[in-house]
Design a protein around this ligand. Structure first.
Ligand code: URA
Length: 423
């Protein structure tokens, strides 16, 4: 087998054989296929696509490049959630404790944010003492009690994806449904969860800007999960405007704790409960009541134990940025849009996100919205507060944030939070 034959087959619009896929993924992971050869193949895949059989085999080869965790008997059914990423998407933080309080176990292996979308590990690391490093045996213990764990994926989990994702990032080959689906699902299947709910975001702040491509991605991922014995469902959800009122690490932790305390923004509460119901149904706990878990304080209790079990202090003061600046409305009007991408880029420029993998993030940086889509505003009214330790970032952040607010004479039409459900 040789790389040039495989590249030519895909370049000319053919389907790769199982043997070709197994060989090229394995040889690339082991260093026998060069980056420039894999780059050419990835571009051919992006341009010519893959059949369902090819995607399934590619995913299988990526899983086989590393270990598949055996979570074994943890005394509760395991179920995880994965979001394709959005602005202000802090749902994992309240969701894990809600689902754990209802009797399931949530084994979440998460990543860090890159670009304008945040990462769950960056958010939780804003909590003093909290660590994402959890050995597998300890992970099994935490799944028994408190029932939720958020950890950094180890080096041994789908190592082929680690190399491929880094290469795609610098070769313009991220935006391919077969490659995104196999990348996400290889990691989730290798994680060892019994069931999985996918939150596939649609809109300006998401990977998928339109519902048709989000639906195709969701259907591809659901089929991959089911083919590997993981019960999988997907929701398509709105990401044209940020979730909740905050984008930025410590700011999002604070908002999540408000939700766990029974308050918080309505959209964050609604999506947390909807995803919790899907997860509990897949885990065989359809009669559990996630709303009651929030109201009774059981979810808050699970959160406190989850944070403490990973070294965090749930009562510690969260980091606060040194400087703030307020953006105000320049005229009267109705907010027709608060654009997720603009808010995400502004939070990123303030230091909440990273441009390169090795960059660090500022825990306190980000955006706090004072108003949401549909609100009436008057000239001079605050629209948002910008938080950062590096005030020289305000100018660039404001340049992204100002155009994110669109004013109109009349209120915009309602937009549903849940667009579709894929089974
Ligand atoms: N997230 C992933 O893990 N992989 C992709 O390809 C895109 C988003």
């Amino acid at each position: 087998m040789d790389a040039i034959t495989v590249i030519r087959a895909k370049r000319d619009g053919g389907a790769l054989t199982d043997e070709q896929i197994d060989w090229v993924v394995d040889a690339y992971t082991g260093g026998a296929v060069a980056d420039e050869q894999m780059s050419a193949l990835l571009m051919a895949i992006l341009l010519n696509g893959m059949t369902g059989r090819e995607i399934a085999r590619w995913t299988r080869a990526m899983i086989a490049s590393g270990e598949r965790l055996e979570l074994g008997e943890v005394g509760r059914p395991t179920v995880d959630k994965h979001s394709t990423g959005g602005v202000g998407d802090k749902i994992t933080l309240p969701l894990g404790p809600v689902v754990a309080a209802c009797g399931a176990a949530v084994p979440q292996l998460s990543g860090r944010g890159l670009g304008h979308t945040g990462g769950t590990l960056d958010k939780l690391e804003a909590i003093p003492g909290w660590s994402p490093r959890v050995p597998t045996e300890r992970m099994r213990e935490l799944l028994r009690e408190p029932g939720a764990v958020v950890a950094a994926a180890g080096e041994g989990l789908a190592p082929a994806d680690r190399r491929l994702y880094a290469l795609r990032d610098v070769t313009g080959t991220v935006e391919s449904i077969p490659l995104i689906a196999s990348s996400i699902m290889s990691k989730k299947i290798a994680e060892g969860t019994g069931a999985l709910v996918l939150d596939v975001k649609v809109g300006s702040g998401a990977f998928m800007k339109d519902a048709a491509s989000a639906r195709e991605l969701a259907e591809t991922m659901v089929a991959l999960g089911e083919a590997h014995g993981v019960r999988t469902r997907a929701l398509l959800t709105e990401m044209s405007t940020p979730l909740g009122l905050t984008a930025g690490n410590a700011l999002e932790v604070r908002e999540s704790v408000e939700v766990l305390a029974g308050g918080g923004p309505a959209d964050v509460v609604a999506l947390t409960l909807e995803l919790a119901r899907e997860m509990l149904a897949l885990a065989g706990l359809a009669d559990a009541d996630p709303e009651a878990a929030l109201k009774s304080g059981a979810a808050m209790d699970a959160w406190r134990r989850m944070i403490a079990a990973q070294g965090g202090d749930p009562d510690a003061e969260l980091p606060v940025a040194r400087e703030t600046e307020v953006l105000r409305a320049d005229r009267d009007g109705c907010l027709a849009e608060v654009d997720a991408y603009g808010v995400g880029v502004a939070a990123w420029r303030l230091g909440a996100g990273r441009a390169r993998k090795e960059d660090s993030v500022q825990a306190g940086a980000g955006i706090e919205l004072a108003v949401t889509r549909g609100a009436r505003v008057t000239a001079g009214q605050p629209l948002a507060t910008l938080h950062t330790d590096t005030p020289e970032a305000f100018e660039d952040a404001l340049a992204a944030l100002r155009p994110a607010f669109t004013l109109s004479a009349t209120p915009p039409p309602d937009r549903p939070l849940i667009i579709d459900r894929i089974t």
